[in-house]
Design a binder for this molecule. Structure first.
Ligand code: 3HC
Length: 282
């Protein structure tokens, strides 16, 4: 299986990052968003990220132009029909994802691999919406994608070994390091990270310390690059709540339940950095 053309569904924080690193690695990438407004915002972010690299002397202007030249933006899913690998990074809800997988299955050649960047939904549920479940896997990137070195490769109970191997080669070709995880709630990363972030919110809710002091504790005391409440704001409180809900729904352990404060912040539309208000204001 050889990957030359990559399709990406979604050009938000994750989809635009995946588009960028794939194009930088030499792949032809078609990225689809649902509206021109979202598409232009995502593509604009890629352009400014690459321009920053040129300014810092890490990339030549010619390489930046060549990278941008390999990216095609579209609002039509049909334009992904030629892809060898499609990575879905759309909204983190199972029904829209299943609809996307069903549509991609009809559009793409039978040899195409279909991947999801989901952080906590069950990959086999998406695979089951296709007639090629053995060709479906998880490729879970981390935010900010151009910086974070890890990709979790998620193998379902039916993903073929050849597809996993092709996924590994692709991940390495875009300069990332793979780890392999089972298609179980939260995979490895969010099984560990989500309870930590949830606990930090509980510590805050219980008044053990201010947001700043909770974060400083982990930054200065444990050398974490960001404190947990800053990280929760960075990931998005809605995203964190979805992860907590999926873990809690399947594993039924109280420690995964979203804390009441998290739910209320999401209800209030305080989703963290992206809405300029979360545990901090931006
Ligand atoms: N896009 C591209 N590059 C970025 C970036 C972005 N959004 N944000 C920062 N960078 C680059 C900067 O250009 C800079 O590069 P340079 O040193 O080569 O010039 C480098 O990253 C460091 O940035 P800064 O100096 O501005 O800031 P920091 O040193 O504070 O680093 C950070 C920023 C890399 C985001 C760091 O704070 C960090 O690693 N935070 C933790 C991030 C993390 O844990 N991510 C995982 C979230 S969980 C997830 O994604 C999974 C999901 O399922 C929830």
């Amino acid at each position: 299986m050889e990957i030359k053309k990559v399709g990406v569904v979604g050009c938000g924080a994750m989809g635009s990052g995946i588009t960028q690193v794939s194009a930088q690695a030499g792949y032809q990438v078609t990225v689809r968003e649902i509206s021109d407004e979202f598409l232009n915002r995502g593509l604009g972010g890629i352009r400014s990220g690459l321009e920053r690299q040129v300014e810092r002397g890490r990339m030549t202007a010619a390489d930046k132009d060549a990278t941008l030249g390999r990216i095609k933006g579209t609002t039509r899913l049909d334009d992904l029909a030629e892809s060898d690998l499609v990575i879905e990074a759309a909204v983190e809800e199972i029904e829209p994802k299943r609809a996307i997988f069903g549509a991609l299955d009809k559009l793409c050649p039978p040899t195409a691999i279909l991947a999801t960047n989901t952080s906590s939904l069950t990959v086999i549920q998406m695979a089951a919406a296709t007639k090629r479940p053995e060709m479906v896997l998880g490729l879970h990137f981390f935010n900010p994608v151009p910086v974070m070195k890890l990709v979790e490769i998620v193998k379902t109970i039916v993903t073929s070994d050849e597809v996993v191997e092709t996924g590994r080669k692709f991940v390495e070709s875009v300069g990332k390091t793979p780890v392999f995880a089972k298609d179980q709630p939260g995979f490895i990363s969010n099984r560990l990270l989500a309870p930590y972030l949830i606990d930090a919110i509980r510590v805050y809710e219980a008044g053990l310390g201010t947001a700043e002091d909770i974060d400083q504790t982990m930054v200065l005391g444990c050398n974490h690059p960001m404190g947990p409440l800053t990280l929760a704001d960075f990931i998005g409180l809605d995203v964190l709540m979805h992860i907590a809900e999926s873990l809690h729904a399947e594993l039924a352990e109280p420690r995964f339940a979203p804390p009441p404060l998290l739910k209320r912040m999401v209800m209030a539309g305080h989703l963290g950095r992206k809405t300029k208000r979360g545990f901090y204001t931006y």
